[in-house]
Design a protein around this ligand. Structure first.
Ligand code: BV8
Ligand code: ZN
Length: 251
């Protein structure tokens, strides 16, 4: 953590103290300390396949067994992990702002929900749910093991209820995320490389629409750093509890 980390921490806490509305955008980095691999950590590859190729309608068309292997492996991984202090600190932050708080996550691991976040927008879907490729039925399957290629009671193949590359985000969830970004006074950008769109566009939306104070929490600088007014560089599982403690220290 940088030498001026304490100064940055105070600036972030001051901005939060003055804020009426807070929006948080998270990516894979907030779950890294729980044991969920990030996309960058695997150089964007899975078993030698570009994730963009596996996590895509074309990839599923071409080889549904490969795609389900990918998602069943990630469901198995998430079955073994727990939220970390970073997830829990964001729950405490929500307790402070109540309905004036929104957490937008790109993660499909469900750890924010397990930690207790209430105002949660999973803009890329969830590993917990399946969707029928024919009747469209969406079901929460928990993390129980699924067959290699699961099928619906209507006989058609199921797919993960996840937003793949070259697919639109669910309009209702995406609209709510844009509104939360456009109305916040402070946006915390946590553990994301801010490369994937339209999720990354929430940061300039917050900046341009409401001149929000953008606070980046990451191990390194990212595509979002030039929008950030405050940079807290370190592991989210250590930085976020410190930020909430600083906020609560002088309420
Ligand atoms: C679409 C679900 C329209 C799947 C995901 C504009 C410009 C350029 C490209 C595009 C554009 N608009 C659209 C595109 C194309 C594409 C895109 O963005 N491509 C990228 C690669 C350039 N976007 C799309 O396709 C989107 N749809 O545009 O639809 C359309 C419709 C029809 C036809 C054509 C187009 C859909 C995007 C959503 C795809 N689904 N996830 C799954 O999970 O399996 S995206 C997936 O990747 C994640 O959800 C997330 O969004 C992204 C990964 O990013 P991060 O979460 O940030 O993770 P990453 O590993 O990259 O970084 C981790 C960070 O954490 C790092 O910075 C690291 O330093 C930090 N870190 C690590 N450890 C810690 C830490 N920080 C703190 N503490 C730690 N301990
Ligand atoms: Zn069906």
């Amino acid at each position: 953590m940088t030498d001026d980390f304490d100064g940055e921490l105070k600036r972030a806490a001051d901005a939060l103290r003055a804020a009426s509305r807070v929006c948080v955008l998270t990516g894979a980095g907030v779950s890294a300390e729980s044991g969920v691999p990030t996309f960058r950590a695997s150089d964007g590859l899975w078993e030698g396949h570009r994730i963009e190729d596996v996590a895509s309608p074309m990839g599923f068309e071409r080889d549904p067994r490969l795609v389900w292997n990918f998602y069943n492996a990630r469901r198995a991984n998430v079955r073994t992990v727990r939220p970390n202090p970073g997830h829990h600190a964001l729950v405490r932050l929500e307790d402070r702002y109540g309905t004036r708080f929104t957490l937008v996550t790109q993660n499909v691991d469900g750890l924010h929900r397990v930690a207790g976040t209430k105002s949660l927008l999973e803009i890329h879907g969830s590993l917990y749910r399946t969707r029928c490729t024919y009747c469209g039925e969406v079901l929460d399957r928990g993390l129980d093991a699924l067959p290699a290629i699961p099928h619906c009671h209507c006989g058609a193949m199921l797919r993960p209820d996840i937003v793949w590359f070259n697919e639109n985000l669910p309009p209702d969830v995406w609209d709510a995320a844009q509104i939360a970004a456009s109305e916040c006074d402070v946006m915390l950008v946590v553990g994301t490389s801010a490369v994937v769109h339209p999720a990354a566009s929430l940061i300039p939306i917050a900046k341009r629409t409401n001149d929000a104070t953008v606070v980046e929490v990451n191990m390194t600088r990212t595509e979002a750093s030039h929008y950030a007014d405050v940079g807290l560089y370190g592991p989210a599982g250590e930085v976020l509890p410190k930020l909430v403690a600083e906020l609560e220290r002088t309420a």
